[in-house]
Design a protein around this ligand. Structure first.
Ligand code: LHQ
Length: 261
């Protein structure tokens, strides 16, 4: 599709958004931010898309904010507005999209690039991937949701350590800390990433989306509230064609053919 700073390819129920400024390690300039928001809205709305993949072209996933793009802005430049109009929308679109979003972390994910990878539902990483909460290197605090996602994923002490040291965390360490789902040999990342994506795209999409909604709500609720919300959402899942198909397939001892409905 006609983007300049990203690529969007949709096939077999999978949308792949590739951040595409490899010469700048896919740092986010204004155009890339605008196009990423547009692609996430488009893929979120498209019922033919049942899984979204976000990855990077070249040797990086994303180096976060393009610092050259904001360096020349005057005193009236508001970082708060920049975040609200850009990264906050990207993170909200990813986390509220009722289908799985997978980060294919092909290389370094720094600053807001790290935040965006952390906002995805799953992270499948190349052995060459790394994560840097680079913000403190430029005198800033973690943004793009990192204070929320990282503390929940790896706990306060490790999250704070990453923030104040801005050290590069290797893929292996990220795996041992529970930040990522799988680390694979670099050359095999595209193939393994697409295998994950295609498998999820053949799944019960409504249930996957409701699972995401329920788990996000559960992160900030009591057990009693979570039990009640599960009951409400299970009522919805239980009315889907995919629920009927799943049960029928089990009883008939065959593989289910989910349609995402
Ligand atoms: C870059 C960048 C980059 C521009 C690599 N910008 N060119 C929100 C609101 C408003 C303001 C500010 O920020 C934020 C949120 C944030 O994201 S703050 C954090 C911003 N990101 C960083 O501070 C990371 C900066 N980059 C790095 O520290 C390194 O590039 C890492 C460690 C990611 C990778 O290092 P190397 O593998 O050694 O690559 P490199 O540094 O040689 O970069 C390759 C090229 O990419 C290079 O360009 P050049 O023309 O010299 O070849 C870099 O200048 C460019 N690049 N990151 N964020």
């Amino acid at each position: 599709m006609d983007y300049a700073a990203i690529e969007l390819v949709v096939a077999e129920g999978v949308a792949v958004i590739t951040l595409n400024r490899p010469e700048k390690l896919n740092a986010f300039n204004a155009l890339m931010t605008k196009e990423t928001i547009d692609a996430l809205k488009r893929t979120g709305r498209d019922h033919a898309v049942r899984t979204v993949v976000i990855t990077g072209a070249g040797r990086g996933f994303s180096a976060g904010q393009d610092l050259a793009d904001v360096a020349g802005r005057g005193d009236d430049f508001s970082i708060a507005e920049h975040l609200r109009a850009g990264y906050n929308r990207i993170v909200t679109l990813i986390t509220t999209m009722e289908k799985p979003v997978i980060a294919g972390v092909n290389g370094v994910a720094a600053g807001a690039g790290c935040g965006i990878a952390l906002a995805c539902d799953l992270r499948i990483c190349s052995a060459k991937a790394s994560f840097i909460q680079a913000f403190s290197r430029v005198g800033l605090i973690p943004d793009s949701g990192s204070t929320w996602t990282l503390t929940r994923l790896i706990g306060y002490a490790r999250a704070y350590e990453m923030a104040v040291t801005a050290d590069r965390i290797s893929a292996e360490k990220a795996l041992s800390w529970g930040m990522v789902n799988e680390v694979v040999p670099h050359e095999q990342l595209p193939e393994i990433l697409m295998a994950w994506a295609r498998q999820l795209a053949c799944g019960p999409t409504v249930a996957y989306g409701l699972t995401k909604r329920a788990m996000y709500k559960a992160l900030n609720s009591t057990l009693a509230e979570a039990l009640e919300y599960e009951a409400q959402l299970q009522d919805i899942a239980g009315r889907t064609a995919d629920n009927k198909e799943g049960v029928a397939a089990f009883l008939e001892k065959r593989e289910p053919e989910f349609r995402g409905e």
